[in-house]
Write a protein that binds this ligand. Structure first.
Ligand code: BV8
Length: 253
């Protein structure tokens, strides 16, 4: 359990920073009941590896299976609620921006729970599961909440088209605008949080090193070890839903 005095030091640094950047991963949404990418898998999908399903090749090969998996996750996301970790990040954004500090939240998650919690300056590095795109025209929209009736779903934009989730699969480029915002934020970032991510997927996994190279303050919140645990200034071996509210309790304007 991280000492209170250490959390106080981190809280003070957030209020005197130039720019606080937070990167989040599936672990943050785990406490909302959403499965992580590399953790234990629900029986329904336990025989499939997300790393293999989240690829254009898998969609090419079996569009019905891939879109069924994504719609199952979309439904789970719609049922889920933001948890204490999401809400603490909303508080952190409000407190630091009120102190004139820059704040950017870069999420690898596609569940939109940060938006639903109330985060404002949030960017989806890997897109959103709640937006689907026509394979012919490239047009995208937010489908109605009911489960799709056919897989792959028919496109409303072109009779020849099908729908795919507007997420970034392995081997696909991240959205240029999101990459630009992330690069800009990382340039002035002097306090960096890596929360609920296994830090193995790039380019997100490389952000911490950029701050470490500049002598910025880096904090990881993850009950388990990751490749950056030994590199960051502080590794909180705790869940995000418990550690982030502790941070907020230490930040006073
Ligand atoms: C690209 C789709 C270039 C959406 C996903 C170097 C530079 C650039 C690219 C690469 C590179 N090296 C390799 C690459 C290629 C590749 C890559 O990184 N491969 C890895 C495996 C080595 N990267 C790419 O392909 C990227 N594209 O760079 O394109 C390009 C340029 C031009 C033209 C063409 C191409 C695209 C990467 C995005 C891939 N898409 N998903 C979806 O289905 O969700 S990634 C997938 O993994 C998810 O998005 C997920 O978010 C992401 C990372 O996983 P995590 O979020 O970390 O989740 P995970 O389950 O792994 O870990 C959860 C953690 O939480 C655990 O550590 C656990 O301990 C912790 N935890 C659990 N409970 C809690 C908790 N923590 C806190 N509290 C708790 N309660």
């Amino acid at each position: 359990m991280m000492r209170e005095s250490t959390i106080q030091t981190i809280a003070d640094a957030c209020l005197t920073a130039r720019h606080v950047v937070v990167v989040t991963g599936a672990g943050l949404s785990a406490e909302s009941g959403l499965s992580t990418f590399r953790g234990p898998r629900e029986a329904l999908w336990s025989r499939y590896d997300p790393m293999r399903l989240a690829t254009p090749e898998a969609f090419e090969q079996d569009p019905a299976l891939v879109t069924r998996w994504y719609d199952w996750r979309r439904q789970a996301g719609l049922q889920a609620r933001p948890n204490a970790g999401h809400l603490a990040l909303v508080c952190l954004e409000r407190i630091v921006t009120a102190s004139g500090v820059g704040f950017t939240l870069l999420t690898q998650n596609v569940d939109r729970l940060h938006h639903r919690a109330g985060s404002v300056n949030v960017y989806e590095l890997h897109g959103s599961i709640h937006e689907w795109r026509c394979t012919v025209t490239g047009q995208s929209f937010e489908p109605p909440p009911q489960p799709f009736q056919e897989f792959p779903p028919r496109s409303p934009f072109d009779p020849r088209g099908r729908l795919r989730p507007a997420v970034v699969w392995f081997g696909e480029p991240l959205p240029a605008e999101v990459l630009r915002v992330a690069a800009e934020a990382m340039e002035s970032c002097d306090v960096f949080f890596s929360i609920g991510t296994s830090s193995v997927v790039y380019p997100a996994a490389g952000f911490a090193e950029q701050v470490i190279a500049r002598g910025g303050l880096t904090i990881e919140v993850n009950p388990n070890e990751t490749p950056i645990s030994g590199r960051v200034n502080h590794a909180a071996r705790e869940s995000s839903g418990s550690w982030l509210p502790r941070l907020i309790a230490h930040i006073s304007l």
